[in-house]
Design a binder for this molecule. Structure first.
Ligand code: ADP
Ligand code: C5P
Ligand code: MG
Length: 208
């Protein structure tokens, strides 16, 4: 087996990173591909109360446990399994349980700050930026966070204005310069997703 290929998928919140990753995942046999979400690597905040945890800036690079993430990526790419943390968006904290992830030939890493972080960026073989207009992203986020992450409209808007938007402008949008591929509109851009899938299949199944 050739060494695993690490594909990084980044972009702003609501751009469609998680959706693109899942669409790619569905097309490849499950024995060959795994998705690692940077969200799983938010720092453990068990030492803080819920009231304190809702004040954390979750869009700042310091919110992530990148030491653990890099350690896990290196393990996976060298063929070793990991115990991936599980994140609870409603509690704003890592759960006590972890999930065992076996190494696979294709590893997708998706998250808002993976191209920003040089140490992570340097590990990536293919770098993708999902580029969706801010108005669309914020509407998607409002709907998703209310439906899936236990939030209110007021809390999503306040967080967006106070931390999400400033961090996007400062850290995430500028990281687009490092991308090999830019996907407009995200989630269901079939042509772009097909191109990436074809590339993955050519790596997996040609020159065997
Ligand atoms: P991200 O992980 O970048 O924050 P998601 O993939 O979770 O983004 O997408 C945010 C929300 O928008 C989800 O509810 C998803 O179903 C929806 N979504 C993603 N892509 C599209 C699209 N192309 N058209 C419509 N809705 C989309
Ligand atoms: O999937 P998405 O890219 O939207 O996930 C990252 C987003 O999750 C960040 O923009 C951050 O504001 C949000 N987040 C949150 N609450 C947490 C952890 C992350 O709203 N506890
Ligand atoms: Mg996501």
């Amino acid at each position: 087996m050739h060494s695993p290929i690490l594909i990084g998928i980044t972009g702003g919140t609501g751009s469609g990173k998680s959706t693109v990753s899942k669409e790619i995942f569905k097309t490849i046999p499950q024995n060959d591909i795994v998705i690692i979400e940077q969200d799983s690597y938010y720092k453990d905040q068990s030492n803080l109360s819920y009231e304190e945890r809702i004040k954390t800036n979750y869009d700042h690079p310091s919110a992530f446990d990148n030491v653990l993430l890099v350690e896990h990526l290196k393990k996976l790419t060298s063929g070793q399994p990991i115990e991936k943390p599980i994140y609870d968006f409603e509690q704003h904290n890592r759960k006590k349980e972890t999930i065992k992830v076996e190494p696979k030939k294709i590893i997708i890493l998706e998250g808002i700050l993976i191209l920003f972080e040089k140490e992570i960026r340097d590990l990536l073989d293919i770098k993708v930026f999902v580029d969706t207009d801010s108005d669309v992203r914020v509407i998607r986020r409002i709907l998703r966070d209310i439906k899936e992450r236990g939030r209110t409209l007021d809390s999503v808007i306040l967080q967006y204005m106070e931390t999400v938007r400033p961090a996007h402008l400062q850290f995430i949008d500028p990281s687009k310069r490092y991308a090999d591929i830019i996907i407009p509109e995200g989630g269901y851009n079939k042509v772009a997703i097909d191109l990436i899938v074809q590339k993955i299949k050519s790596i997996l199944y040609e020159n065997k």
